[in-house]
Write a protein that binds this ligand. Structure first.
Ligand code: ARG
Length: 602
């Protein structure tokens, strides 16, 4: 095993031009070291370092390159007997670094790296001094378009839209934390033939246009369903509705005014939800991109991508049965033509390097097709080495009710209402809070306003967290009881855990802001070290969440953090112990990291 202590001259992580003080994650740091040792062992082979957090209990990280490297080396010249010999050679050639305490090789060929406890402690102390931003990931993009929430005008904002809103907002926060400019886009469904039918229906029902434009959202959704029914059943009405679309698209005053007020009614309703969830978005609905569609289709036609098929204009995509329709048989544009125009706009006008779409997995096919079309058009790089600009579809599963069927909250007319869901979460959390405060005899100390604010924060936080903690692709069961439980991986439990850390610090009567500058952290006890190691892994977890667009990684991280903290607190006395100052700093660092996770998630 190699043991080293000299400092590594190659460890300056700062990206040039970065204004903040930021350090690279441990994993990246180790990757560079491993790359050097790989180079020493097999200079002629281009090998990507494979590093993960150690699961074996040997060391803190393990490098898994030796096995595959052995088989590759064997094909050329061979002076290694087995994978272990390769691993040993890697260990022997590991560049000296102050971050590494020791290296061991365990069969077959795993190179285990134990970090220096002093270095871990120093890294935590640096974070306390420079702020948690110093642990923000360093990514090679400057501007991202995040297309999320995106409900449809005059239709219900269903549970799928809440998932999109929550997941999208968290991704936006994570990127913003990494100092990336995020254009938060609400791609509202505000255009299309359905508006002709709705407007025609309203004009027939209310002779006076004013009244038509002054409807409550519930009425609007009801009218929408009735209009659809009439459209399907009554050919006369269908004809008039189609006529109305043409008049709307031509921009006739009366039609345009009706459309605008319908949009406004829905928008007001959506905004209520955004306000409650504390989500900011900029609406650029489908109609915004309408003027760009003709020129985009022209470009695709001139590139020979668009063909005529059964009266429609389509793009054929290799390996796919159905082509992508971009102009319908009646000459109208559709969801796909709008998405192509929006992508063109985002790439060429907004100059985004990464465009991310958050919708349920049901739309996977649509995104796959239109991404392929964009690639055929040469808008996106084809070659593997060129990563940007790139597009990603962030799909998610369904929310299930208690019986395992698709989740529905019902109002009297059977429409899914998101506000009901939030109301219920709030009222259940209020009931719980009152019960607990009454049991503790503290209820008299709370004003109504405090109760209200707290139950909102806890209730909405619980809904968000319960959504985010699942791998987004899996369906999950919606349960108020579970999400508001104070045990297990829930927002409530984690908020308690954080409050407890704060009260430990408070009890000490010490000013940690002072302490971090004058006292140092030592990780002598195994539980201190294990907590410290987890703390410094925050950066790579955020990095990973950015890379695969999976917020649940942060939830897992946060929950493990609270477990490690409990373990530490159970076995290491803080206040009144000889290690008090060091341990208080560790408490403080845990609280800072937890708060940052909360900020990113809820
Ligand atoms: N309005 C769509 C829906 O409710 C989602 C839009 C997603 N964004 C996009 N650019 N296609 O399903």
């Amino acid at each position: 095993a190699a043991s080293t202590s000299s400092s590594n001259p190659h460890s300056q992580p700062q990206e040039s031009g970065a204004t903040q003080h930021r350090v690279e994650s441990v994993k990246r740091h180790l990757s560079r070291l491993v790359a050097k040792s790989l180079c020493a062992v097999a200079a002629d082979l281009d090998v990507e370092p494979m590093i993960e957090v150690s699961k074996s209990g040997f060391g803190d990280y393990q490098c898994n390159n030796a096995m595959s490297l052995f088989s590759r080396i064997r094909e050329s010249a061979t002076n290694f007997r087995n994978p272990n010999a390769v691993g040993q050679a890697m260990a022997d050639n590991f560049p000296p670094s102050r971050i590494v305490e020791s290296i061991s090789v365990v069969g077959p060929g795993y190179v285990n790296i134990a970090l220096s406890s002093d270095w871990i402690a120093q890294r935590i102390q640096d974070m306390l001094i420079h702020g948690i931003e110093s642990w923000a990931p360093i990514l090679p993009v400057k501007r991202v378009v995040l297309d999320f929430s995106s409900p449809n005008i005059a239709k219900e904002m269903h549970v799928g839209h809440i998932r999109s809103t929550i997941i999208g907002d968290t991704l936006a926060r994570i990127f913003e934390f990494a100092n990336i400019e995020v254009l938060r886009r609400n791609h509202v469904g505000d255009w299309g033939t359905q508006f002709g039918m709705l407007i025609e229906f309203l004009f027939e029902k209310f002779a006076n246009g004013e009244e038509a434009g002054n409807q409550a959202i519930e009425n609007l959704q009801g009218f929408y369903r009735n209009a659809k029914k009439k459209f399907d059943e009554n050919p006369d009405f269908k004809g008039r509705a189609q006529q109305a679309v043409v008049r709307l698209q031509r921009g006739e005053d009366r039609y345009l005014a009706a459309w605008k007020s319908i949009c406004q009614i829905s928008r007001n309703e959506f905004d209520l939800v955004y306000k409650r969830l504390n989500v900011e978005l900029e609406e650029k609905g489908e109609s915004f991109y309408n003027p760009y569609i003709p020129r985009v289709l022209e470009e695709l036609t001139s590139k020979g991508l668009i063909t005529e098929s059964e009266g429609a204009r389509v793009i054929f995509i290799e390996g796919q049965k159905a082509p992508l329709i971009v102009v319908k048989r009646d000459g109208g544009f559709n969801y796909a033509s709008t998405d192509l125009a929006a992508l063109w706009y985002r790439l060429n006008v907004e100059m985004a390097e990464w465009i991310i779409y958050v919708t349920d997995v049901g739309q996977q096919q649509h995104f796959h097709s239109f991404f392929s079309a964009a690639r055929l058009a040469g808008w996106l790089p084809d070659k593997k080495e060129e990563k940007y600009p790139k597009v990603s579809h962030v799909g998610f599963g369904f929310v299930l009710g208690a019986e395992g069927s698709r989740f529905r909250t019902r109002s009297s007319d059977g429409v899914v209402r998101l506000v009901d869901l939030l109301d219920e979460a709030k009222s259940q959390s209020l009931a719980q809070l009152i019960k607990r405060l009454t049991e503790n005899g503290q209820i008299a100390d709370w004003t109504d306003e405090e109760l209200d604010k707290t139950s909102e924060a806890v209730g909405y936080g619980a809904v968000k967290y319960a959504d985010l903690k699942n791998n987004r692709l899996t369906n999950y069961k919606f349960s108020y009881e579970q999400m508001l439980s104070d045990k297990g991986n829930t927002a409530v439990y984690l908020q308690y855990a954080h409050a407890r850390i704060c009260s430990i610090i408070q009890k000490s009567n010490k000013d940690v802001k002072e302490l971090k500058l004058t006292e140092s952290i030592t990780l002598g006890h195994p539980d201190e070290r294990s907590l410290g190691l987890h703390l410094i892994q925050f950066a790579e977890v955020v990095e990973q969440a950015c890379d695969d667009l999976s917020p649940h990684r942060l939830c897992d991280y946060l929950y493990t953090l609270s477990e490690r903290f409990s373990q530490f607190y159970t076995n290491c006395q803080v206040v009144g112990s000889p290690e008090e100052t060091s341990r208080l700093l560790l408490c403080q660092a845990s609280a800072v990291v937890m708060r940052q996770c909360f900020h990113l998630l809820v």
